[in-house]
Design a binder for this molecule. Sequence first.
Ligand SMILES: Nc1ncnc2c1ncn2[C@@H]1O[C@H](COP(=O)(O)OP(=O)(O)O)[C@@H](O)[C@H]1O
Ligand SMILES: [Mg+2]
Length: 389
Amino acid sequence: RLQAETRGELTSLVEEMISNQKVVKAFGYEKEAQARFEEINARLQKHGLSATFFSSTTNPATRFVNGLVFTSAGIAGALLAISGRISVGQLSAVLSYANQYTKPFNEISGVVTELQGAFASAARVFEIIDQEPETPDAPGAVELTEADGSVSFRDVDFSYSPDVELIKNLDLTVRPGQRIAIVGPTGSGKTTLMNLLMRFYDVDAGEITVSGHPIKEVKRDSLRSMFGMVLQDTWLKSGTIRENIAYGRPDATFEEIVEVAKAAHAHGFIMRLSQGYDTPVSEEGENISQGEKQLLSIARVMLTLPPMLILDEATSSIDTRTEIRIQKAFEKMMEGRTSFIVAHRLSTIREADLILVMNKGKIVEQGTHDELLKKGGFYADLYNSQFER
Ligand SMILES: Nc1ncnc2c1ncn2[C@@H]1O[C@H](COP(=O)(O)OP(=O)(O)O)[C@@H](O)[C@H]1O
Ligand SMILES: [Mg+2]
């Protein structure tokens, strides 16, 4: 069992290192990876050795016992034959049966070893199956079919692990159609706030409502379908460019797809690909740059146009010139939609109806650009030191 566990550990290490090869190389982690591999391998060798030793002693041991039984049966039979109570033919028949009769026992000991291995593997499989991915929807959960775009947070507490406090007593009211910019240093909880809103995580205390419905009483899928999301780490599925853009609306016509691709300034680079819109995107998306992936996910959201938008550093991998051009399409997309924008660039922030300034899991200031600048607090400091103008 230890052997199987250690082998599992080794497999996961190898998989992690291979699937993240670039990162491993970029950060010069090869040496550590090698050392970790050798350490686990040494343990595997040790456990493997004792397991093999154990299983190889059982086989000779059974065979020794079998031999002993066979010999004593032979001797006893021979004595009986000499004294004339059984014939030599009967004796040889009995002995050959006795020989066959021991074979299954040898096989059973082999099966037992295999079973042990199987149980250890099964335990790992069940561990994964048993991991509850998310708490199921509440019994009376309603389907959210439309949303006016109002959002509120009431006294929300949240932390990823109980011993690291993150969000505490957070209150926020967003009216339909407002544009909310969220700014703050890295790690201040901007993405976490979005995760809570989409209910990727449940709050520890307090309540979040969307369109007046507490999100705990709404079906997750329907909640998420109300949001269009463009994130910093874009995600593409394997399939063609066209399928990727039409991800949220598989019934979209080709004309519609081209239209949104143009709006997202993705049309140009798509046409330069060897097979245009039918170019396959590999799982890793190696043939497409990070910025181009972001353009694709922007096009994807533009096609579905849900009532609320979340743009979490949506343009972080896009050059400034393209971004300025996309901005127009964004403007159009955001009209009449509640949008949350985690942004770095001042132009985006300045036009927001409400700026949330976050630090260490708290909204430390909120207001418009002018109000916050006048206040001369955290935002003013950030403004003077950080934003790209
Ligand atoms: N999935 C997670 N599990 C545990 N901690 C996390 C997770 N995601 C983020 N954190 C931690 O929560 C804090 C806030 O992160 P995040 O909301 O991503 O910040 P921001 O988006 O403002 O840069 C950070 O300290 C981060 O390390
Ligand atoms: Mg973030």
